[in-house]
Design a protein around this ligand. Structure first.
Ligand code: NAP
Ligand code: GLV
Length: 307
């Protein structure tokens, strides 16, 4: 009988367990604990090293997220197959998050909200849409979905990725050599890159200074892509006008961190695209069935690239 272990600690753990059992009838699905018999597959988020060490016969590990940086912190057997979530309901959430932040800034809704709290009636001069260029770093499953959603509102959109892409209505740039040109005309920068050796600390003084004066940043990728002090310095100098941050070097964001109280920073608690139980487990169960019948699956992590 197929054996599957689940490691997803949290208040809904039992619900995840019972739903995974429903999606894999006929398999023995258990919560991971030390000393369990060898399993065929593991479904995990941020697994302890002990799980990897004890379960040395796994055919594959399924990561309960799109980003695999936490999983890659483990010492993993080189041949162990790792799979990440592909969309599973996250692409729509990302598009919603970015459209919300974009429209809020473009239409000055934050300022109107403050005015209303002072019973102040004052109309602002509308911004020019064609000047409000949205630049998306990362054109994968999530960045691509954001690009299409933003495009539907009529904003000029550009994207930056590792390899060349072609997306209708999106000016596509690729590779480190094209980064400066990509940033130079970006008014609203959205980061949806994976955290890898190449992207760590990429959002720093040197790169963010290449954005035009008054640009803003939305970081939805991982906290370690951003150098916090550099962002604060650029906001304070007026080079950048605003930042919307969902991910942080340390999570939860420490109580004393300056982002909490900075007037130009909006913080959300890593909710831009949450892992949805049914969508994720259905995808994983289907991939287990494909693997068991010897078929190809998508979403396999390329360890050399780091994503
Ligand atoms: P994906 O499909 O793998 O796409 C990653 C994109 O980043 C690809 O376009 C890739 O280029 C590009 N990229 C990678 N390394 C690069 C580099 N060095 N230079 C330029 N471009 C590079 O990943 P995804 O599913 O869209 O997810 C992206 C990230 O979002 C995840 O890794 C995770 O960190 C983050 N995330 C955050 C949340 C949240 O709630 N805040 C939720 C889910 C995911 P190529 O197309 O050329 O390969
Ligand atoms: C969440 O951050 C994910 O990587 O899915």
């Amino acid at each position: 009988m197929l054996r599957v272990i689940l490691h997803y600690p949290g208040p809904e753990e039992q619900q995840w367990l019972s739903d995974l059992r429903q999606y894999l009838p006929g398999a023995r699905v258990q919560l991971w604990a030390t000393g369990l018999p060898p399993a065929d597959y593991a479904v995990v988020w941020a697994p302890p090293q002990q799980l990897i060490d004890e379960q040395s016969g796994l055919k594959a590990v399924f990561n309960l997220g799109a980003g695999v940086d936490r999983l890659l912190q483990c010492a993993l057997p080189p041949s162990l197959k790792l799979l990440r979530l592909e969309d599973a309901g996250m692409a729509t959430q990302m598009a919603e998050y970015v459209c919300h932040a974009l429209v809020r800034e473009f239409r000055d809704f934050g300022d109107y909200q403050q005015q209303a709290s002072r019973t102040q009636w004052a109309q602002r001069v509308p911004r020019v849409r064609d000047d409000f260029v949205v630049g998306i770093m990362g054109l994968g499953l999530l960045g691509g979905s954001v690009a299409r959603a933003v495009r539907a509102f009529g904003f000029p959109v550009r994207g930056w990725s590792r390899s060349p892409h072609a997306i209708d209505g999106v000016a596509c740039f690729s590779g480190r050599d094209a980064l400066a040109e990509f940033l130079a005309a970006t008014r609203f920068l959205v980061c949806l890159l994976p955290l890898t050796d190449e992207t760590q600390n990429l959002l720093c003084r040197a790169t963010l200074s290449l954005l035009p004066r008054g640009a803003s940043l939305v970081n939805l990728a991982r906290g370690h892509l951003l150098v916090d002090e550099d962002l604060i310095a650029l906001l304070d100098s007026g080079h950048l006008s605003a930042a919307t941050l969902d991910v942080f070097r340390s999570e939860p964001l420490p109580e004393m961190h300056p982002f909490w109280s900075h007037p130009k920073v909006s913080v959300t608690p890593h909710i831009a695209a949450q892992t949805l139980r049914h969508e994720s487990l259905e995808q994983i169960a289907e991939k287990i069935r494909l693997l068991e019948s010897g078929q190809a699956v998508s979403g396999i992590v390329d360890r050399k690239r780091g994503y």
